[in-house]
Design a protein around this ligand. Structure first.
Ligand code: GLN
Ligand code: ZN
Length: 763
């Protein structure tokens, strides 16, 4: 019999119950007991929903983040939150977000204002974890309370729980040594704590423990590879069985290492490493189980069950009971339940599977393996009808788009002239002062804006009234910018709720869910649009708003678009064609918008690529391939314009050092980046690399309510001018201003404009 299991379940709740409970607790509107009760109810519901599996995960629930949970289990709290008032949960939220609930912070004088832990992306997903902090003196101390509590709940429900923990090597790999000491030197101190934890599980009568080591899918140098051997040999005296879980990619050169570790089972991500399943099966000792992730844990598509059975059946024949099946990774990265999507087009809906549906697929696969396909003939027939309908649907396949992709040639991505020549023509056309000032696009999203948008969506506001409301906002933004004396203006993006959704909604080939929320970090969720078909643009998307804005002023108005790579990286994308092809389709669609803006007389066009960097593959050996098609997509989008049209791009969190050549290759006339917090340190990349075009290093940290002073901005710009010639510098904030208030933005921009005047005077 094949064993079914799950690596992790989305914890936020089908209706985002955890999000609302957390936010209400933080705002003091509910008690700690109420928050804990919501957590317990969600765990109970999720276990019941998974009860048809042979083994269900426990300990995958977290109030904020599973890595932070592990830090608490290992007793690795930053020194700055030790000895605080309140209970462990308060300290947990202090590390997570700098503060706990209002009521727990009455000791603000002694414990208020803790620096939150740093947050970073969980491998190549859009989930963010709290980075464990280490230094040479870090000690660990086991705290089993959370896991014991959750295992007790699971047992009371009668489900067969498999605790999920992050393995010791990946735990160190994920963290950061604050004193630059060697993290790996902590391994000998860490291992006894893991050994004690496993003993504790054994004492509780646990049979299997899932120990996650996704670091194994990355390129590891010898000390890290050796650490795996040391770690798992040290844990070999355990009395529980270990399933070593890897996911998000193939193991490649680490497959041999992983299959020889002294554990009792290996999980591999057979979505990303199908061909490693058979190899692993032959390499594992015949006492070990092989778990294959046969269902994609990161997308929203139905699995082709017959195709999966085609490769699972031979594996089952050779492994017998030693074969386990599951989703490829934790289902944390998918929405919970498709059933609640009653507005989704029925045909598109029939192609989709969210977390619960994926687990149903798993049960069908298991029955087919155990009893033969005939036992689930109906389910398989339904599945293959859905797969076939998607494969052949005219809504997915648009011959005109495919033809356009086939006709792409290098000239599409090539500006007519080199930057130096364009720069001269653009300068003549735009007539800008030195150190020109601009903003990144959005202005504050006021309550009136949000209300108008939501009333329009609900049909309470008709199109004419909505348009008038947005035009009022545009006029206001233009007037404010003129009063401030900015040089290149923006329309303010009032009509956009989200920089990807706004374009997705207007492109053919996109669908939207109502409840397809996925946790991004803590209580923050995103609802990625679903790119299901060939992408085309039925009509212009931004031209009318931009034209209206331009008519309100004599200053140049910057057209504002989201680039293809960012749209791709923030969507659920197709699994039936390479990401690069979807990206090129988006590029052609946004290119049409660029050309329409140009035709409408817009002389400056910004194409945001906020998410370019985060699309980098886990393995460096694949970076070049990604960067090649990402840059090509941007170039196709941007570079069809005349020399006189100035192309800007914008990138958030820009650590450029390792990709600066690709950024330059995009050949945007101007790039704006986020640099203010790092005190221009991020510009280090420009020391060794002579960036050829213009740059606007951010001088206003828009994540903070603080108003930067004129002197501070001048100071930052002078630092920038040490690396980039002053005549190629722009003065602008770090990013869009949508999350700020007007009364913060106006004084900040006033100082920014004054700083630019001072720089011009001293130049
Ligand atoms: N133009 C967008 C804005 O200003 C850019 C946002 C971003 O890069 N994240 O809101
Ligand atoms: Zn940004």
């Amino acid at each position: 019999m094949v064993t079914t299991h799950n690596l992790g379940f989305p914890r936020i709740g089908a209706q985002r119950e955890l999000k609302f409970a957390l936010e209400s607790y933080w705002k003091n509107q509910s008690s700690r007991d109420e928050l804990k009760a919501v957590g317990a109810r969600l765990r109970e519901r999720h276990w019941k929903e998974q009860a048809h599996l042979d083994l269900v995960p426990a300990g995958d629930f977290a109030f904020y983040d599973q890595v932070l949970d592990m830090s608490f289990t290992l007793g690795n709290l930053p020194a700055r939150v030790r000895d605080f008032h309140g209970d462990a949960l308060d300290n947990y939220f202090r590390v997570a977000r700098g503060r706990s609930a209002g009521s727990a912070e009455e000791h603000a004088a002694c414990c208020g204002g803790v620096a939150a832990g740093e947050m970073t992306k969980w491998f190549d997903t859009n989930y963010h974890y709290i980075v464990p902090e280490f230094d040479a003196a870090t000690q660990f101390r086991l705290d089993t309370s959370r896991l014991v509590e959750q295992l007790g709940e699971a047992r009371a429900l009668g489900v067969n729980a498999k605790p999920v923990i992050i393995g010791p090597v990946t735990y160190l790999w994920l963290g950061k040594a604050k004193d630059d000491s060697d993290k790996l030197a902590l391994l000998p101190r860490l291992l006894p704590v893991y050994a004690a934890l496993l003993d504790h599980f054994a004492a509780l009568g646990i049979e299997w423990v899932q120990i996650d080591e996704p670091a194994l899918v990355t390129e590891l140098d010898t000390p890290w590879r050796d650490a795996f051997v040391t770690a798992y040999e040290a844990l070999s005296a355990r009395r529980v069985r270990l399933l070593l879980a890897t996911y998000f990619g193939p193991l490649q050169e680490n497959l041999d290492l992983a299959s020889k570790l002294p554990v009792d089972g290996l999980h591999i991500d057979a979505i990303n490493a199908r061909n490693e399943a058979a190899a692993a099966a032959s390499m594992l000792p015949d006492t070990s189980v092989l778990s294959v992730g046969a269902i994609n844990g990161r997308n929203i598509w139905k699995t082709d069950l017959n195709a999966a059975l085609d490769w699972l059946e031979p594996l089952h024949a050779s492994l017998g009971d030693r074969l386990w099946i599951s989703p490829s990774c934790s289902l944390l990265h998918t929405p919970v339940d498709l059933a609640s999507e009653d507005k989704l087009d029925a045909e598109i809906k029939s192609w989709l599977a969210f977390a619960l549906q994926k687990l149903d697929e798993l049960s069908v696969l298991a029955r087919a393996l155990n009893e033969g396909r005939a036992a689930v003939a109906d389910a398989l027939a339904l599945n293959s009808a859905a797969i076939e309908s998607r494969r052949t649907s005219a809504r997915v396949h648009n011959p005109a788009v495919k033809a356009a992709i086939a006709n792409i040639d290098a000239a599409l991505g090539q500006r007519a002239s080199a930057y130096e020549l364009r720069a001269v023509k653009q300068a003549a056309m735009l007539d800008l002062p030195a150190y020109p000032t601009t903003t990144i696009g959005s202005f504050p999203q006021t309550d009136e804006i949000r209300q108008a948008r939501s009333r329009f969506r609900k049909g309470e506001l008709d199109a004419v009234a909505y348009k008038a409301a947005m035009e009022r906002e545009i006029t206001r933004a233009v007037k404010e910018q003129e009063a401030l004396g900015l040089d290149v203006l923006v329309h303010g993006e009032a009509e956009r709720n989200d920089m990807v959704e706004y374009f997705g909604e207007q492109l053919d080939g996109y669908a939207f869910s109502q409840f397809g929320w996925v946790q991004s970090y803590g209580s923050r969720c995103v609802k990625p649009p679903i790119l299901f078909g060939d992408i085309s643009r039925p009509k212009a998307m931004t031209v009318e708003w931009t034209r209206y804005a331009q008519a309100q002023t004599n200053k140049p108005m910057k057209g504002m678009l989201t680039g293809p790579v960012t749209i791709l990286n923030w969507s659920f994308v197709r699994d039936d064609q390479p990401r690069s092809v979807s990206c090129l389709q988006l590029a052609l669609a946004i290119r049409e918008e660029v050309l329409d803006l140009e035709k409408a007389g817009v002389r400056v066009i910004q194409i945001d690529e906020a998410a370019l960097r985060e699309g980098l593959p886990l393995r460096r050996s694949q970076w070049n391939d990604y960067l090649r098609w990402a840059v090509e997509s941007f170039r196709i989008t941007a570079n069809g314009v005349q020399d006189e049209t100035q192309i800007h791009t914008h990138m958030c969190y820009s650590e450029f050092n390792d990709i600066i050549a690709s950024i330059a290759d995009m050949d945007a006339d101007v790039i704006t980046i986020e640099t203010s917090r790092s005190d221009m340190e991020l510009l280090d990349a420009f020391d060794d690399f002579d960036y050829p075009n213009q740059i606007g290093p951010g001088v206003y940290d828009i994540h903070s309510p603080n108003i930067p002073s004129e002197a501070h901005i001048v100071d930052l710009m002078k630092k920038a001018a040490q690396r980039i010639p002053g005549e190629r510098l722009w003065v602008n904030p770090d990013c869009g201003l949508k999350t700020r208030q007007w009364d913060e933005v106006i004084p900040a921009l006033r100082n920014m404009v004054a700083a630019a005047h001072a720089l011009r005077a001293s130049a």
